[in-house]
Ligand binder design. Structure first.
Ligand SMILES: *[C@@H]1O[C@H](CO)[C@@H](O)[C@H](O)[C@H]1NC(C)=O
Ligand SMILES: *[C@@H]1O[C@H](CO)[C@@H](O)[C@H](O)[C@H]1NC(C)=O
Ligand SMILES: *[C@@H]1O[C@H](CO)[C@@H](O)[C@H](O)[C@H]1NC(C)=O
Length: 516
């Protein structure tokens, strides 16, 4: 096997699909006489092509699928990487390592195009690049991961194959090396079995993944085992995280994000700035349930998404089932990413607007109407919150009236009390700000989530970025807050020197630990 494969790419799954799913394009593909195939046995990415119209300037180009490329046989964006394909029949190698830093993983599309232009010579080919690092070798993002809860005498199953990185185009298989006798590991990367009544309360299993080229990686897994009569879930950790362009601003974001999510202990992650498919990407890699909106937000969860509510303005919601096959605990979960501009703290700090002008901007930015419409849209869930609690998270792009008070005047450009209308709306509708339940003093615990990479540099020239808590986890109904903390990994270098940060976002994340 070519070692370069592993060197170039964490993993590569490819299928020579004809991707003209849009019925409007059907006639187009029908009239094409050329062919384009991915040769998955050779170095990524190698394509075989053929055409009845050979030309020295025919070319093969790769585009990210979410940016449309020459989908309509016209220019729409530059390709990520391309090469000429001048023969009647031949093969072309696209050096995807050139794009590894900033563009993988995800879905891509390759086009065989005529004569330096955008006329198709063959139906395009879809390519998925998973994993992402240019580091070589098979590995897991963490040495140890805790999986979702099991319960005595109930069938259990968890997938870990998506966590494996660096397999190139190799075939891999998984096996149990040691651990609790009730846990079996299928070669496909599924841990399964039925814990008996003597199963260890935190059952452990060590799993090895082996690639056909011989390299291997090991991960230790913990599976909590609940007792027969217990609820499947008692401690629930909910994370809200603005990914910042999906995470793509930082190298190796896929691996870093997986590591952070697994180490945070989150059971449910509410995401913003998922830019088209990043909630799906993370959900699939973690082997979790996932819902991706067409806009900014997404939800990934260890426990089943039993109903998708879809979108209301800039929010999205789902109902999560927390008690396995038995009835019982459920949760209604919403996450929002409101309009960003004009931004209130800039209004006060840089533009020195009056409180009334700032209030007007909270409406102009659409934040107030977006929150109001979402809350109106889920009024029935709010009314029912005593039986099914509602958790409402997100990047509100506005601070809280609980934080802008007299005692914090000095942290907020000399403004004391200010009733930020979105946090007031949440309070009026009966929501509790989980962070302030355990950290009531905004002087001692500001909890600022904006922004760990635009830190406040007092004494330096240039504008001082106002620091604020703009990401929230609110709840309504019978949930007990055990803890709530903002999370950042490492000491991120300030923008614009952020590319090698371990922290992949420009926001801090917020994690609340509930008892359900
Ligand atoms: C691509 O072309 C090479 C060389 O001609 C050939 O060995 C290989 O089987 C082809 N692969 C596909 C998928 O057509
Ligand atoms: C993986 O293995 C599990 C356990 O044997 C099995 O139930 C499941 O169907 C397999 N999944 C796939 C995709 O083969
Ligand atoms: C600020 O708000 C608090 C609580 O509502 C109130 O007690 C206090 O008088 C206000 N201070 C000023 C200066 O408005």
């Amino acid at each position: 096997m070519h070692s370069l494969k592993l060197f170039l790419f964490a993993s590569l799954f490819a299928s020579p699909l004809v991707s003209a799913a849009d019925p409007g394009q059907k006639p187009l593909t029908d009239r094409l006489s050329g062919t384009l195939f991915l040769d998955s046995d050779r170095e990524p990415l190698t394509f075989n092509y053929s055409t009845h119209d050979p030309h020295e300037s025919n070319w093969i180009a790769l585009y990210r699928e979410s940016r449309d490329g020459p989908a309509n046989e016209a220019y729409s964006s530059p390709p990520l990487v391309w090469e000429y394909a001048p023969e009647r029949q031949g093969s072309v190698y696209l050096a995807v390592n050139q794009i590894a830093d900033s563009h993988s993983p995800g879905k891509y599309k390759a086009y065989f195009l005529a004569n330096d232009g955008h006329r198709w010579l063959a139906p395009p080919v879809s390519v998925s690049l998973a994993g992402l690092s240019v580091n070589s070798g098979l590995r897991f993002p963490v040495d140890h991961a805790t999986l979702h809860n099991s319960r005595q005498l109930e069938q259990y199953s968890a997938r870990i194959d998506g966590l494996l990185l660096g397999q190139g185009s190799a075939t891999t298989s998984f096996q149990k090396i040691e651990g609790a006798s009730w846990v079996q590991v299928d070669s496909n990367g599924t841990a399964f079995g039925v814990p008996g009544i003597f199963a260890p309360r935190r059952s452990q299993v060590v799993v090895r993944a082996t690639a056909d080229g011989g390299s291997s990686a090991v991960i230790r897994l913990t599976i909590p085992v609940r007792r027969i009569h217990q609820a499947l879930v008692r401690d629930l950790h909910i994370l809200t995280w603005n990914l910042w362009h999906g995470g793509t601003q930082v190298r190796d974001y896929h691996e870093k994000q997986l590591r952070f999510i697994l180490e945070s202990g989150a059971d449910i992650v509410c995401l913003q700035e998922t830019t088209s498919d990043h909630a799906t990407r993370l959900g699939q890699a973690l082997g979790w349930y996932h819902w991706q909106s067409g806009k900014s937000v997404g939800i990934i969860s260890r426990y089943p998404i039993v109903e998708e509510y879809g979108e209301i303005t800039r929010a999205g919601g789902a109902r999560i089932g927390l008690n396995g096959k038995r009835s019982g605990t459920e949760l209604n979960l919403w996450t929002i990413h409101t309009g960003a501009y004009p931004y209130g703290p800039y209004d006060f700090c840089f533009d020195h607007l009056t409180p009334d002008q700032v209030l007007a901007d909270e409406i102009k930015s659409l934040r107030v109407p977006q929150v109001t419409q979402t809350l109106d849209g889920i009024q029935n869930q709010l009314d029912d919150a005593q039986s099914v609690p509602v958790v409402f998270t997100g990047d509100f792009n506005a601070p809280s009236h609980l934080d802008w008070v007299e005692s914090t005047r000095d942290n907020h450009c000399g403004v004391g009390n200010f009733s930020w209308p979105t946090s007031v709306l949440m309070a009026e509708r009966g929501f509790v700000d989980s962070f302030r339940v355990v950290h009531p003093d905004p002087v001692r615990d500001p909890g600022n989530t904006w922004s760990p990479i635009l830190p406040r540099h007092d004494g330096e020239t240039g504008p001082i970025e106002p620091q604020d808590r703009i990401d929230f986890i609110y709840h309504k109904g019978r949930l007990e807050v055990v803890g709530s903390q903002k999370l950042v990994v490492g000491k991120p270098s300030p923008s614009p020197n952020h590319a090698n940060n371990e922290w992949t976002s420009d926001h801090a994340a917020l994690l609340t630990h509930y008892l359900v």
